[in-house]
Write a protein that binds this ligand. Structure first.
Ligand code: NAP
Length: 290
């Protein structure tokens, strides 16, 4: 499954929809990104997001803050961005330094501008099957499934990882009866974590296996049912190379479909942020969301 090519296709669709939105007399959608400190990976992620905005005609502004900023200063910036009518989406790049209460910052972002979909209100809406924004990485995963015609209905989906960013929301999405504009759903979902017993045995039952662990080459061929669809969310550095959570060479001999790292889920995560920024602009400009 080529995530890079799919991201390019979806970005071209978003570019057209952004142009239509502006041609209808609405202001250009705008994303505000907040980067705290000098973490090299965070800098790369934010730069990729800014470039992607540029490609589809979304404006972006970057707020760079020193790593020793205190909690109240960051809170004040988020509140300022909440009040700024020109800003449709707010992205605070994680992780934040230890002196900052990350949850309190995320909870302060206006839920209507919460393009990462981390705010409890947006998490709750998704859990009830009536999402406002879909979280970017899980949304990227379901785009991969939908656009490769993977039928999830009645299938066994196993998610390894239970984080708020990937594991929990992708499990929630795959078990939903229906979600607007999404085909994937109605799966029988099992969520695994570090306490799961017989993890390999559970994984071998999966028609769709999603690895979001953060451990290089963790998923081996013996853990995969022949013909299964395997989505590798992990991003790990091994001997200076980027690798996923799945042993790509071995698992590609067994799986029916498999995403590579890099070039799988990652490009779609960025793409879904663009989708959410356009969605935020529509919500704030009271344009019907399609
Ligand atoms: P996380 O918050 O660290 O969660 C990791 C999960 O894996 C936890 O639930 C943990 O279980 C589970 N786990 C760890 N070791 C395990 C083991 N030996 N057996 C079974 N489960 C185990 O990570 P995350 O934020 O979800 O990210 C996961 C990976 O995806 C990372 O590599 C991250 O860089 C990557 N990622 C990629 C994208 C993208 O766009 N491609 C986006 C987000 C994240 P416990 O809960 O029991 O500790």
């Amino acid at each position: 499954m080529d995530g890079k090519a799919l991201a390019k296709l979806i970005q071209s669709e978003i570019k057209q929809r952004v142009a239509d939105h502006v041609a209808a007399g609405n202001p250009q959608p705008k994303l505000a990104a907040v980067l705290v400190g000098d973490d090299p990976a965070s800098k790369v992620y934010v730069r990729n997001k800014e470039r992607a905005c540029e490609r589809v005609g979304i404006a972006s502004e970057l707020h760079r803050l020193s790593g020793d900023i205190d909690h109240d200063q960051l809170l004040a910036l988020v509140n300022e961005l909440n009040r700024d009518d020109d800003v449709n989406g707010i992205l605070v790049q994680l992780p934040l330094p230890d002196q900052i209460d990350e949850q309190a910052i995320l909870d302060t972002i206006d839920p209507l501008k919460d393009v990462d979909a981390f705010h409890p209100e947006n998490v709750g809406l998704l859990s009830q099957g009536r999402p406002r924004f879909l979280p970017c990485t899980p949304h990227g995963i379901v785009q991969l499934l939908d656009r490769h015609d993977v039928d999830c209905s009645g299938k066994s989906a196993v998610v390894i990882g239970r984080s708020d960013i990937v594991g929990k929301p992708i499990a929630s999405m795959l078990m939903q009866k229906s979600l607007p504009n999404i085909k994937a759903g109605n799966a029988t979902v099992t969520v695994c974590h570090s306490r799961t017993q017989d993890l390999a045995g559970v994984c071998r039952q999966a028609d769709i296996l999603i690895a979001a662990i953060g451990r290089a080459n963790f998923v081996t061929a013996e853990m995969v049912k022949p013909g299964a669809v395997v989505i590798d969310v992990g991003i790990n550095r091994l001997d200076g190379k980027l690798v996923g959570d799945v042993d790509f060479d071995a698992v590609s001999q067994v799986a029916g479909m498999l995403t590579p790292v890099p070039g799988g889920v990652g490009p779609l995560t960025v793409t879904m942020l663009l989708e959410n920024t356009l969605m935020g602009a529509k919500i704030q400009n009271r344009v019907a969301v399609s």
